[in-house]
Design a binder for this molecule. Sequence first.
Ligand code: KIV
Length: 257
Amino acid sequence: MNNKIINFIKKKNKSKIISLTAYSKNIASIIDRHCDLILVGDSLGSVLYSFSSTKKVTLDMMIEHSKSVRMGVKKSLMVVDMPHNTYRNPKEALSNAKKIISKTKCDAIKLEGGKKVVQIIKTLIKNKIPVMGHLGVLPQSAINFKFKGKEIAERKIILRDSKLLEEAGVFSIVLECVESSLAKEITKTIKVPTIGIGASVHCDGQVLVTDDLIGLNKINARFVKRYSNIEKQINEAVLKFKKDVVKSKFPTKKHSY
Ligand code: KIV
């Protein structure tokens, strides 16, 4: 395990872990100052491309966006999502993860699932590829986006899976839409940090999709808190530009050659 990953794990029980998504250099360079981890999430499929699910996101899309993000990330741990159908078996996963790492120079990859992906995770880690797990709602295979952990049987599976992923060697686990007391139990049980999205304050850290947080993406999910209304600011700026152009106030001599 490299030092960056070791230091990330050490944050557990010391300080809350700040994570956000980025799909491009400009956003990445702003949030990098404040984040511990920046995720190039396959949520870019729905957020940027209006896909109905993340299933249509390709490896090439993830690689191109990650190359842009890499230019903006200086200090945070940079993690890239492996998209749907790129890790169906250990051989395929290893080949694609190596491609992501070599082309994007990211620090780690993330993949979704529990017991089913344990062998895949072990293979990647044996090949020195740091892996972040993802449990709870799994957008790449979800039928619905209902929170997880209401029923006892489901709780047991998610708790078991968190232990299996830890044993397999993941350095952290995203818990997506997991019932609060279950997220608390998992966070207490495993030694690597849990990063919650709709999984309560009990997780070791939180992640949000940046476009949701800044009010650029219109999503109506309970777990999203909108911290600014960037749409309003963009709208005002564009309106001012438009007025200036119409009145021939832009460009002035200062902006001309
Ligand atoms: O794709 C993504 O952005 C994610 C986060 C929601 C954790 O997986």
